[in-house]
Design a protein around this ligand. Structure first.
Ligand code: PHE
Length: 455
């Protein structure tokens, strides 16, 4: 097993922050957040999402980063090692396993959606002239039900990801994010300004920030917590692995606040870039999964310079997806490398091939595609994997991480690791011991209850 001295490290706090924000900011923020906010009725959903990010997500983010840094190993290695040092059961290693396996499952379908984005990026420069609701829906439908193209796109997306991961922490991850993240921010702010100036910004502001509490129900609350976790990259090994590349001198709580703020800030910016266009062209904000792929192209097809704006938008989405995908592949790579000592390049390729294979199920499992009629527990493969990870592994993983640092690691060790001011530590400790487990537990129970009642 590789000892701490061989374990890679970020070269600076800045590159760590870029990578962690890169992991957090992804399809969750720019694709999922706007359509879930659209479906959930706008402002009320947004407020609850933000509350979850800061009250439940942030404390778990701090916990995960600190476990990673203390362990200096993959999530599985780190959890087992810390449990042993604290005189706790070996079974805590399972939390690491759940993260690594969950991350692997997510990358297998995340890269399918990443492939869709890539395909639209290639399509966008030709413009979306003449796209109305029917043509746009039909084009997207024809693409995702094609047996070959989505698989090629999925492969292409994973290839980009593995080319970065294979080069290692400093040579691959850092280099990629140092160039990609600033590009992402510039593009996003540019698009937001463009939308603000040319489209219906007032309607978007009203939609995102004026809460209509009547639209809120148990499901939207569940969805908001799930999204807060997903968009912060929690409980899937990514954040713990990135934490393991941290050195002792970096301040975890401060970094975590920056990550959470950047993550939710980007979600809001994405909303402010997308919704003014949606409203200006009289389109429906609650178009579910299709918001980005079917609704926006209609607007790109009508606006002046739409080919350029559309291309920039899908480029932005590609960048956001790639910098998250690398963090989803990384935990499994770091674990296998640590256990077997096999060269990282080979390990990365093997794991990417496995993720590609598992991902074909999600690509072909789209309704209308060759596995479209295969249902497991009534769900197609994409929804099944999403359900297992988002509704089961992430909340349970997050809850156990909170319980572990709150109740099974000594308070003194946590204080040493986090070096927070007394008052802030007390607040964090309270959140992680009581608020997080109870909130996540309640959400988890209602998910299971809803599923059983619904079926
Ligand atoms: N946070 C990423 C997004 O918003 C997804 C992700 C989840 C990445 C979990 C890593 C781990 O798209």
């Amino acid at each position: 097993m590789a000892g701490p001295s061989q374990h890679a490290h970020w070269s600076s706090r800045w590159t760590f922050l870029l990578a962690a924000v890169g992991s957090a900011v992804g399809l969750g923020n720019i694709w999922k957040f706007p359509y879930e906010a659209g479906e959930g009725g706008g402002g009320a959903f947004v407020l609850i999402y933000l509350a979850f990010v800061f009250i439940v997500g942030l404390p778990v983010l701090i916990a995960e980063l600190s476990m990673g840094r203390r362990g200096q190993l993959s999530p599985i290695g780190s959890m087992a090692k810390i449990a042993k040092e604290e005189g706790r059961s070996k079974l805590w290693g399972l939390v690491g396993w759940s993260g690594v396996v969950g991350g692997f499952i997510v990358i297998s379908f995340y890269s399918v959606v990443g492939g869709w984005v890539l395909a639209y990026l290639l399509k966008a420069p030709m413009g979306f002239a003449g796209y109305d609701a029917a043509l746009s829906t039909q084009t997207f439908g024809a693409f995702i039900t094609d047996p070959v193209n989505p698989i090629v796109a999925h492969f292409g997306f994973l290839l980009i990801t593995v080319l970065i991961v294979a080069r290692g922490v400093q040579g691959g991850l850092e280099k990629a994010v140092t160039f990609l993240m600033p590009a992402l921010f510039v593009l996003l702010i540019g698009l937001m300004l463009y939308s603000a100036i040319t489209a219906d910004f007032a309607a978007a502001l009203n939609f995102l920030f004026n809460p209509d509490w009547g639209k809120l129900n148990v499901n939207t609350v569940l969805q908001a917590l799930g999204l807060a976790f997903f968009s912060l990259s929690l409980a899937l090994g990514s954040i713990m692995t990135y934490g393991s590349y941290l050195t002792k001198d970096m301040n975890i709580p401060r970094s975590a606040v920056t990550i959470a703020a950047a993550d939710s800030g980007v979600a809001l910016l994405a909303g402010l870039a997308i919704f003014p266009i949606v409203f200006a062209y009289g389109l429906n904000p609650g178009q579910s999964v299709g918001l980005v792929f079917t609704t926006l192209p209609i607007a790109f097809g009508q606006m002046p310079g739409g080919a350029i704006i559309g291309t920039l938008f899908f480029f932005l989405l590609t960048v956001a997806a790639v910098t998250s995908a690398i963090s989803l592949l990384e935990p499994a790579v770091s674990y296998v490398e640590e256990r077997t000592g096999i060269d990282r390049k080979k390990v990365s390729v093997y794991i990417a091939i496995a993720a590609f294979a598992l991902g074909t199920l999600s690509a072909w499992g789209q309704p209308g595609n060759i596995l479209g009629t295969v249902k497991v527990f009534g769900l197609d493969f994409m929804s099944l994997k999403d359900y297992i990870t988002n509704n089961i592994m992430m909340p349970l993983g997050g809850m156990f991480i909170a319980l572990f640092v709150g109740w099974f690691v000594s308070r003194k060790n946590m204080m040493d690791e986090l070096a927070m001011e007394d008052g802030t530590f007390k607040l964090w400790y309270f959140l992680v011991r009581f608020v997080c487990p109870v909130a996540i537990g309640a959400v988890f129970v209602s998910i299971i209850y809803n599923t059983i009642i619904a079926s």
